[in-house]
Design a protein. Structure first.
Length: 104
C-alpha cells in the first residue's frame, strides 16, 4: 500500500476524528451534518472502510449490505456536486478500454 493511501486511511479511522479533523464544523443539525458529510465525501470513505472490514471478516452478506450503502453515498455525492452518472460511465469505459479490459 502506498504512503498516500495509508495516510488517507489513517485519517479516516474513527468517526470522531473524521468529524473533528475533516469536517471541522460543530453545532449543525443532523440534516445539515449529513449534507456536509455527503458534500465532502466523508460518508464515502466511511462506507468504503466498512466494505473493507466486511471483506476482511469474510462476511459475504455484510459485504453486499455495505456495498449497497456505499452506492447510496456515491449517488448522494454525485448529486451534491452535480455529477452525471453517464459522464462517469463514459470515462470508466474509456479507462477500461485503455487498460485492455474492454474491446473496441
Amino acid at each position: 500500500m502506498n504512503d498516500l493511501l495509508k495516510s488517507a486511511i489513517d485519517r479516516f479511522r474513527s468517526r470522531r476524528r473524521l468529524d473533528s479533523q475533516i469536517l471541522n464544523i460543530t453545532g449543525l443539525t443532523p440534516r445539515k451534518d449529513r449534507a456536509v458529510e455527503v458534500a465532502t465525501g466523508a460518508r464515502l470513505v466511511e462506507e468504503a472502510l466498512e466494505v473493507r472490514d466486511a471483506v476482511r471478516r469474510g462476511d459475504r452478506d455484510k459485504v453486499i449490505e455495505e456495498l449497497g450503502d456505499l452506492l447510496i453515498e456515491v449517488e448522494a455525492f454525485m448529486t451534491a456536486h452535480g455529477i452525471d452518472l453517464e459522464d462517469v460511465r463514459r470515462l470508466q469505459t474509456r479507462k477500461q478500454r485503455d487498460l485492455g479490459q474492454l474491446e473496441g
